[in-house]
Each structure stands twice: as structure tokens, then as C-alpha cells.
Design a protein. Sequence first.
Length: 343
Amino acid sequence: MTAPTPAAVPGPAAPPPAPAAPPRQFRWLLRLHRPALYAWTGLVLALAGLLLWLGGPLTDASAAGWQQYNAYQADAAKAYDQDAILLYKDVSQYTSVALLVVPFLVAAWAGASLIGRELESGTARLAWTQGVTPTRWLAAKLALPAALITTGTALAALLHHLAWSAGRGRVDTAKPWYSVETLYAGGPVIVALALAGLAAGALLGLLLRRSLAALIGAACTTGVLWIAMFLALPHLWPTATRVSSLREGPSGSGLGVAEGLLTADGDRLDIPRYCGSSHDPSCATLFDRLNAVSFYKDYHPESHYWALQLMATAVLLAVTALLTVSAFRVLRHRTAGHKGAAV
């Protein structure tokens, strides 16, 4: 007779699955930084409204004012709308400056409020003791702001570019495509700079762990990035070269990179001071002595606009990735002995 099979002894019950952390962290992040969210939304909406106004009614009024001004030059008895011309110029300048300042504002907020204050007050360590790992904490801290900053800055940059395009050729005071206001504020470069500011603020907040120090350090780091990009951007794409006669002087409309004299042997020389052409007999004599035969100018024509934008954006995104990885490595190092520091 077969012996009955003993019933299997039940093992310990499996622990219930932990609640999903990221949604809870996002809701907490929204509550904690609600004032910053309102300020950012207000800034984006204000810039969007001003840029729509600039690219529409203001452009039309300023263009009409310039037509009147050109007619006024021929007939002084006619009047022109000077207020519309000046208002267009002011609004264009202020909106451009506001966009260029965005990366500094993002970096200062990220360093002081998003990261630095949390570490300074101990709120971050409290979160780490409640089942949120430091790595997940930082990822949640950066993900939502990065999405909002990308969306808001991209919208403002697009509207800035459209407003500039609307006034091009119609408004005499419209900036050229290679000006700082147009090249940096009206394309993806400003979006990448804002994201780099966010990453720099996070890194400086983790390194300094003091809100005021992180604010200053993040803003200064962003300034260094801005200057480095300003200096590097003209060299991120091959230039075009235009050769012109000694009587004509250096020519070529666009973002200038280098210019000088070309000798008969093909050597490049610096242009002597106060000698922009051979119209001056003393300059013509000097050019003969230098064996110069023409001027050259290395520059970027307008057709290079998007190539420069995309190359600069790629470089800045690579820098952003490097700063972000450095921030996570610093966090891992600082919390290596902390319970729950694993991912």
C-alpha cells in the first residue's frame, strides 16, 4: 500500500510589490517646487506672447514706419511713425536678452533650490530613508525639469526665429542672422545651453551642498560654457573663403572667422593697420612691398546657419551628458555608505 504524500510546507509569503516610486516622487517634486513651476510657466507664456506680438503687429507697424521714413528722406514734409520703429527695436532686444539669460536662471535654480537646498537642509537624506534610492532620487529630480525646460525653451526659441524671419528685409533695424541675438537665441543652441545649465546646477549642488554657493558656482559655470561655445561655434563647421581685390577690400557677408592679405606665393598676412584697401596711396605702396595681390576672408555664409546650429547643439548636449554622468558619480561616491544607496 502506497504511503500518502506529505503536503508541501508553505514557504514564507512573498513581500508585496513596492509601490511605484517615480510617480510619487514627481508629485512630491511638483508640490515642493510649485513656485518655480509657476514662475517658469509665466516666463514662457510672457515670452511667447511678446514674440507673437513682435512677429505680427509690431513687425507690420515697424515695416510701415520704415517705408514712411524712406519717403520722408525724399520729402521732409511727410511724417513717419518713429514710435513703432523704436518699440520694435526695444521689444526685439528685450526678448532676445531674456532668452539668452534663461540658461543662467536654470543653472542658478538647479544649484540652489533643486539640489543644494535639499542637501543643506537634510531633506534628501530623509527621502533616502523612505525607500527612495539616491540614484532614483536624482533621476526624478532631473527628469521632469529637463522635460519642462526643453519644451518651454524650444517654444520660445522657435517663436523668436519666426519673429526675426517676419522682420527680415522689411525692418531696417532687424538683426542679421549671425548676430548674437539671432544665432544663439533663435535656435536649438539655447535649448542645449539651458539643459547644460540644469546639469551644471545639479553637479555644483552635489559638490558644494550649500544653496548660495551652488547658485553662484552654477551661474559661473554656465557663463564659462556660454563663452566657450561663443568662441568655438565659428570653428565647428568648415568656412567658405572669398578672395577680393586690393581696391575692394575684404568682402563676404556672414559670420567672419579670419581675414587678411594673400601674397603672390599664397601666404597669408595680417592686414596692416588703417589699410582696408589700396585706395590710399601709402597703403598701395605697403601692399607692393609685402607682395600682396588680394584680400581673403574666411566666413560662414547664411547657408551654414543650420549646420552651425546643429553642430553646436550636439557639442552642448555631449557636455550636458558628461555633467549629468559626473553628477550621478558624485552622488554615488557621497552616498556609498548610506543604506539604500544602491540603484
